[in-house]
Design a binder for this molecule. Sequence first.
Ligand code: KIV
Ligand code: ZN
Length: 513
Amino acid sequence: MVHVNIFDTTLRDGEQSPGVNLNQLEKLEIARQLERFGVDIMEAGFPASSQGDFEAVRAIARTIKNSSVTGLARAIKSDIDIAWDALKDAAEPRLHVFIATSPIHMQYKLMKTPEQVVQTAVDMVSYAKQKFTHVEWSAEDASRSDLDFLVQIITKVIDAGATVINLPDTVGYTTPEEYGRMFRYIRENVPNIHKAALSCHCHDDLGMAVANSLAAIENGVTQVEGTINGIGERAGNASLEEIAVALNIRKDRYPYTTNLVLKEIKRTSDLVSRFTGMKVPGNKAVVGKNAFAHESGIHQDGVLKNALTYEIITPEMVGVQSNDLVLGKHSGRHAFKDKIEQMGFELSAEKLNEAFTTFKQLTDRKKEVTDEDLFTILIDIQTAAVDVKKYELVAFQVQYGSANLPTATVALTTPDGERVETARTGSGSVEALYNTLEALIKERIHLTDFTLSSVGSGRDALAEVHVKMSVNDTNVSGRGSSQDVLEASAKAFINAVNRVFFNQTIAVKEPVL
Ligand code: KIV
Ligand code: ZN
């Protein structure tokens, strides 16, 4: 069996999904979960791209011990310097430096000749090697690059010290046969290829990212890159959970091992979906809600007689549990603490108290508190920023009826601790509420998206709202949950605004370089 390293880029390429904007605490929570999932390498961000990314990569590098942490850099010295500063405290610091190699990218984007691109790649890999032991070099748009040019540049960057050669299908253009052939050609023609590992990185524009990744593995790649739930630029990246399960279920076809813990798939997928606001479609392979549902009578009958008739993956294999009643009104603190630890949460004493109080309040209002409800409460508490100036909701009231103009009254405390209160109308109850919040919050706000969903089923289910907005020309997203849809809406709005303050506060505390 050949071992394949799993390189997760949810926090970098995944975070490049339109409208996704994670704060440092959310990124840390995802990073901890990726470590439990067993990824070998996690790309924590692009440190030179913003202060927020720098801080998040540094925090992850300092926290994660059982996966190697890497960060992206363009082939520019200052990017490499900033990445080193963010990554130097990691258990195994690693750099991912890239430059485009396709004719169209070199000519129109980089405006460099192929010779200049080779020189820049070699110079930057050599420069990176002065700091990092592990340097991955990527040929952006490799699948549309000339094969003999790839052979030439790869030979030189390996001589310069690159330890991993990644050949991305940047625009999701290739096919399995073609992508596999490219790796075979590189293995057969690059004289020093034995000194580096080969890596694949696929995008899903034509829906072939997973198939292309598997073809690459069959052609000698020993590192596969992808994201959880397949999130990422445009149509997204190869979905790591799909690759992991395909390798496992079809061991007969794919004699490869990974370090992944398949039972962690569901939790990892849930966390990424909740934090990013990118819902997993019901029919998504491996993690969709319907992946294990059997609707037709013939299928149900078959599954009852022998599950293998229609079920090739068991829910247990990927950590899907039935959504049983978990804890009730009379559950004590001890049972609560045990339960949340089983669910993978490690809370400080202060946050544990807050979670227990919120749980107790919920048991007064909701007949059954499910795992999904607890998960929603806990991710909010776990990632709530403390010691940061922010807007806080004090109280609100909305008057609404089919015959009158909806009116909202809201009281808030501002980041300076002042209490403010006002009222506004709107054409609907949410609009009235948002008009009022906008009047109280002295920032330039433009709401671009609003989605409301229920957590689990039942008329007393928790509501979860995700919003996207620009605040003072910065794009942010926000999340809020409550049993009441208006309260969830208000929380999501305020959560989005506070992200701007959170980023500003950490930026003031710790400047880049
Ligand atoms: O898709 C791509 O080419 C990338 C590179 C930066 C590796 O994400
Ligand atoms: Zn990519």
